[in-house]
Every structure is written in structure tokens, then in C-alpha cells.
Design a protein around this ligand. Structure first.
Ligand SMILES: C[S@@+](CC[C@H](N)C(=O)[O-])C[C@H]1O[C@@H](n2cnc3c(N)ncnc32)[C@H](O)[C@@H]1O
Length: 286
């Protein structure tokens, strides 16, 4: 069955307008459609995703992310929620007031958040993507684990990186597990996606530094001058690492030295180590 998500029609909010539609049945069609967003195919077709938590959802709305549906638990009465409800209605989105049972089903959790937002996805095309001086981007080759991807998005946000290019067949950044692991940073980091071939073609026109990480890298990651220009950090797949064709496209191949018995670092940890080194000059305590 095709989801029935409506395109939003911006409305003039008037205080007299009903704030929310009350829904108590798990068989409500809109509730079923939101539940269906747990499937990647449905998310892709609808171009939507779910984010959970009042603060996170309210911040995203404030930052201008297009919200289609705001779901909140009946009886919630917080000024931040009232603002989010108003902003959702002004943007033409729908507001649903639901039972705790429905929230549990929507989030597949026993102790769910009291607010869920259904937002439009933003995924840029690599064609025409320009990386400006000083920007840090990360290329992730076929990242498979949603927890890794979410953690990398969160870490990229923490160091002030600009965006992430998903190369090849990757896990969905808009899947609920990945979004959860971003802790809201999904709303702060630009995302682009491309096949490996499209990435290699784009790379030919990119004049900044491309630093690949590789277990066979001969440079210590601390010895590279990351400079002030644009920098793209390229990370390999969890199982297979960087394939040769991507490794050859790098300006430098670096390694993070290790002393113990571990063969390699976890992908998200290695990305974190690299990002803090690349951004070192730009990071200061207040
Ligand atoms: C779990 S590792 C992949 C291990 C894989 N078996 C291999 O041979 O590359 C995932 C990615 O993290 C990065 N990585 C992990 N440990 C690293 C290290 N010590 N030095 C440089 N990169 C590392 C690389 O980008 C690597 O492709």
C-alpha cells in the first residue's frame, strides 16, 4: 500500500485553530504511514525520515528543516512543544496528539520520547558540489553500520566539519538507528551521495587535499599539513577498507599508529581521531 503523505500547504496559524488532531488507534492510516517509514524503500519513496525528542525536533524546525508531521503525547504541556506545534502548523504540517502506546509503536521502544517529527530528507547531488576553503568534508566508502554513520555525523558536527559524501552503496543516513546515533547532528551536517565512479569523476575537479586513511598508509596522520584549504578525509569500508581505485585518488594515505594487538580501529573511532587532528587549529575551549 502506498503511503498517503500529503504535500504540506502552509497555513495561517490562528490561536482559535485546533492545535492537534487526537489519534488513539494504531490502525489510523497516518499512524500506519509513519510506521512504514521504518522501511528504507518507503523512506526513499516518500523522501521523509523520523527524528525523536522534543528539543531536537524543536531545534530542527527552528533551523528551517521542513517538517511534515509532528507527533506528541497527549497531555504534554510545555512551552517548547507549543512553539513547535505552532511552527509545524504554520509550515503546513500536520500535528497529531497520540497515546503512549502509539508512540511506543512508532519508535519501537518501551520508553519512547514524547515527541516525534517527520521531516523531509535533504541529500545533495555530488554534481556541482563545491567545497570552499577551510571546509572539512568526509568521504565514507560503503559505510555499512548505521551506528558508525550516526556517530561520524555527530563527530563531524562536533569539530565543525561541513558535510559528508556517502560513496557507493551505504547504510541509509535517514534510518532511525543512524538518526538516533547522530543525537540531532543530522540537522547540522550536509549530506551528499554518489557512486564510486561519480565520486572519482568529481574528485578530478577538486583541488583541495584528499587524505585517505589506510592500514598500509606510510605517513603518520600527525605529520601531514592539513593547511587552511578545503580538505576531504576519505575513510574505508568497515570490512574491506579503502579499495585501490579510491586509495589512488588520495593526495596522501595516512595511518594512525597502533601499539597493541588490534588489527585496526573501529571506523567511527578512526574518523574521530582524524577529524580532531585535521581541525586541531580551529578547536579552542571558550
Ligand atoms: C575497521 S577499518 C577496516 C579494516 C579492514 N580490514 C582493512 O583492511 O582496512 C575501517 C576503516 O577505518 C580506518 N582505519 C581504522 N584503523 C586505522 C588506522 N590504524 N590507521 C588508518 N586508518 C584506519 C580506515 O579508513 C579503514 O578503512
Amino acid at each position: 500500500m502506498k503511503p498517503r503523505f500529503q504535500r504540506p500547504r502552509p497555513q495561517q496559524y490562528t490561536p482559535a485553530a485546533p492545535a492537534s488532531r487526537v489519534v488513539t488507534s494504531l490502525t489510523n492510516p497516518l499512524v500506519k504511514d509513519i510506521r512504514a517509514l521504518e522501511m528504507r524503500k518507503v523512506r526513499q519513496e516518500a523522501g521523509l525520515f523520523i527524528a525523536e525528542g522534543l528539543k531536537l525536533v524543536a531545534d530542527a524546525i527552528e533551523a528551517g528543516w521542513p517538517i511534515r508531521i509532528l507527533v506528541h503525547r497527549s497531555g504534554e504541556d510545555k512551552p517548547m512543544l507549543a512553539r513547535a506545534v505552532r511552527a509545524t502548523r504554520q509550515a503546513g504540517g500536520e500535528v497529531l496528539e497520540v497515546t503512549g502506546e502509539i508512540l511506543e509503536k512508532l519508535s519501537r521502544r518501551d520508553n519512547p520520547q514524547t515527541v516525534i517529527g517527520v521531516f523531509e530528507q535533504r541529500l545533495e547531488k555530488l554534481d556541482g558540489l563545491k567545497i570552499a576553503g577551510g571546509e572539512i568534508w568526509i568521504g565514507l566508502d560503503r559505510v555499512r553500520d548505521p551506528g558508525n554513520l550516526g556517530t561520524i555525523i555527530r563527530t563531524a558536527d562536533a569539530v565543525g566539519a561541513e558535510g559528508i559524501i556517502l560513496v557507493g552503496d551505504t547504510t541509509d543516513p535517514f534510518g532511525i538507528e543512524a538518526v538516533r546515533a547522530t543525537m540531532g547532528s543530522i540537522f547540522n551536517i550536509r549530506l551528499a551521495a554518489a557512486s564510486s565512479q561519480a565520486f572519482l569523476a568529481w574528485r578530478k575537479g577538486f583541488e583541495g587535499l584528499v587524505v585517505g586513511t589506510h592500514l598500509a598508509g606510510t605517513h603518520d596522520y600527525r605529520d601531514v599539513d592539513y593547511g587552511k584549504g578545503p580538505c576531504l578525509l576519505l575513510m574505508g569500508n568497515e570490512q574491506q577498507g579503502l579499495p585501490d581505485e579510491l586509495a589512488k585518488a588520495c593526495s596522501h594515505l595516512v595511518k594512525i599508529p597502533m601499539r597493541g594487538q588490534a588489527d585496526s580501529l573501529n571506523l567511527a573511532v578512526a574518523t574521530g581521531v582524524m577529524l580532531f587532528e585535521i581541525a586541531r587549529g580551529q578547536l579552542k575551549l571558550d
